[in-house]
Design a binder for this molecule. Structure first.
Ligand code: HEM
Length: 153
């Protein structure tokens, strides 16, 4: 089961990146009208991101690359080693920040007190910052040799 969840977590990263690019493009193209389609693309992004969060939390607490590393090496050694620190602190922190931004985007997309143009502008920035934070926090294969671009189920 763990391997399946790991593959899912790995695959959903691509879905999130694609959905962020779609949402960013829609904010740029439909500047003045926030349509129900814009709302449903936001919803797709929020749902997929929260599924990734749940799988990630499971991996963090029950897999080999989260709390298990703190138990095995102690927090002091974890903080001194860049790879261990990435898995215990950096991946988690970066992704939680991105997920908070995406969750805030959902409230903005529902807001009725703002003009559509303002809504698109705010959403554009939330999506763009979230995309950069995610790209910076993903364990890419050029940084971690054991991590593939696509993991099979
Ligand atoms: C937008 C959210 C996230 C994205 C895009 C993402 C992406 C990834 C990717 C691409 C991997 C490598 C998978 C592989 O080995 O093929 C990974 C691993 C991992 N992620 Fe995330 N992640 C996200 C959120 C989280 C969160 C919030 C947590 C913790 C609470 C987390 C915990 C982990 C752990 C522990 C691993 C290593 C699993 C293992 O090798 O056993 N992730 N993540």
């Amino acid at each position: 089961m763990y391997t399946g969840l790991l593959s899912l977590h790995s695959l959903l990263r691509w879905a999130i990146i694609i959905l962020l690019i779609v949402n960013i493009s829609r904010s740029l193209l439909h500047k003045n009208v926030y349509s129900p389609q814009d709302r449903s693309w936001n919803l797709r992004l929020v749902i997929i991101t929260h599924i990734t969060l749940l799988v990630g939390l499971y991996q963090y607490f029950f897999g080999p690359k989260g709390i298990a590393l703190v138990k095995a090496f102690g927090m002091k050694s974890v903080m001194k080693d860049p790879t261990l620190r990435f898995w215990v602190i950096e991946h988690l922190t970066g992704m939680i920040i991105a997920i908070v931004l995406i969750t805030i985007s959902s409230s903005f997309s529902k807001a009725t007190f703002e003009s559509d143009a303002k809504k698109h502008k705010k959403l554009f920035w939330l999506y763009t910052i979230a995309l950069f934070v995610i790209i910076a926090s993903v364990p890419w294969p050029f940084r971690f040799a054991e991590i593939p671009w696509f993991r099979g189920f």
